[in-house]
Structure formats: structure tokens, C-alpha cells
Ligand binder design. Sequence first.
Ligand code: SAM
Length: 245
Amino acid sequence: MVDDVLARSFTLTGADYDRYRPGFPPAAADVVMPHAVRTVLDLGAGSGKFTELLVGRAQRVIAVEPSEPMLAILRSKLPGVEAHAGSAERIPVGSGAADVVTVAQAFHWFDRDAACSEIARVLAPSGALGLLWNRFDPSCAWDRAAHRIAHPALGDSDATTSAAADELPGFDFVRREQLHSTERIRRDAYLRRWSTVSTFLVADEVARAQMFDAIEAILDSDPETRGHDEYDLPIVTDVFVYRRA
Ligand SMILES: C[S@@+](CC[C@H](N)C(=O)[O-])C[C@H]1O[C@@H](n2cnc3c(N)ncnc32)[C@H](O)[C@@H]1O
């Protein structure tokens, strides 16, 4: 069940989200779109962190996103992209208009069955759907511990990628790829990144300050981060590809 308050939290961010959230490795776009296509639609596109990898891979790139502050950033960064306000459950494009639909870091916010039916509607016959998530690398103890602060209910599980399933209504599963990358990140940028995460966006001032204190305590005690201003942060990018059944 999607938490609507958390799903709408992205109306509270835009520029900070774009500045502090990680991008995606270009290889992730290769997995979803091994060949150039006519039209690709990025759903839940946010500020365009994945959309930007689609430019040049399709004649027409469409972005759909419900948060106006996010859309404003996307429009200013990517003027060649057709950007529309809309949601996964009501996609403002015609039936069969897209050869590929991509969803980066957002599918877990959708009403799954309604979104799958809308995505199937806008896809051309046998069009592809790519779901992508950046997530913590379990080998990185300090980042994993910070995730537990931000998402205490989850423990070490991952509620995002678990939204992807072998069986999505109306789709055939094609493949899954896991890509590994490392980002050099400054301590202050790592902390600012947390301020763009849904649980921080909706928290009151006291709760947010407590979460920041807890993450700073982790950074001050873990042997990999203690006493350093910059860290090597490993990131796993999960990519799931489906075809319209
Ligand atoms: C974590 S952000 C990911 C943004 C972007 N795809 C990226 O990878 O940076 C999740 C995005 O999903 C959007 N979102 C939430 N609920 C949605 C829905 N029902 N339909 C479409 N987008 C939704 C949010 O507004 C937000 O921009």
C-alpha cells in the first residue's frame, strides 16, 4: 500500500533533489534501450536525473511528473524534452504513443495495478518497460546504517526494488541487471542528500534534526568515514526490463 503523504513529499523539493541525489550510470539506460527508438516516456521523471540519459536515444523524449517544482527543474535543464504534469495512473499521452516507458526510483510510489494498466495503454505493441532503482550497497556498513535511520520500518530489506516483480499485470518479465558504481561524495553533500528523502521531507523539525544527528553519529564513528571530509560511496543500480504482453 502506497503512503500518499510520502508519495506527495516530492512537491517539497526540486533544486535540492536535483543537486544532491545521485544520477544513474549510462549503462542502465543501455540495458533498457539497447537500440535507439522513436519515442520514450519517462514516468515519475522528477527533475530529470534519468530523463537526461534518454536524450539522444530517442527522437522524442516525453517526461511525466506530478510535482511542479520537480517539473520546473526538468524543463529548465532539458528544454528538448516534452514535459507534462501527470501521474502514472493517468498518463497524459495517447494510446500506443511510446516504444519504451522508463520509471526511475518511482515505481514503488505508484498504485501498481492502475499504473501497469496505464503504462500498457501508452506502450506500442510489444513495447518495453524499464524499472530502475539506485539503492544502498549492503557491503557499505555506514550507508546501510544511515538507511536504517531514514527507513526504520524496513530494516535491511528494500521496499523499492521489491515493487518490481517477475509478474506485473499485462507484462512479461525479460531481464534484470545489477550495476555497481562508486561515487566520491563530500560529507556535507551526503547529509544534504538525506534532506531530499521522503521521510525527511515530511518529518517535523525535531524529528528531522534527530535523524540528522543519528546519521552524523554514524559518520563520526564508522572507521571508513570517521575524520574524513569525503567518502567513497558504493551504489547498486537495479534494472528490470519487461515487455508488454
Ligand atoms: C524519488 S523521485 C524519482 C525522480 C526521478 N525519476 C529520479 O530518478 O531522480 C520519485 C518521483 O516519483 C514521483 N511520483 C510520486 N507518485 C507518483 C505517481 N503516482 N505517478 C507519477 N509520479 C509519481 C514523485 O513526484 C517524484 O518526482
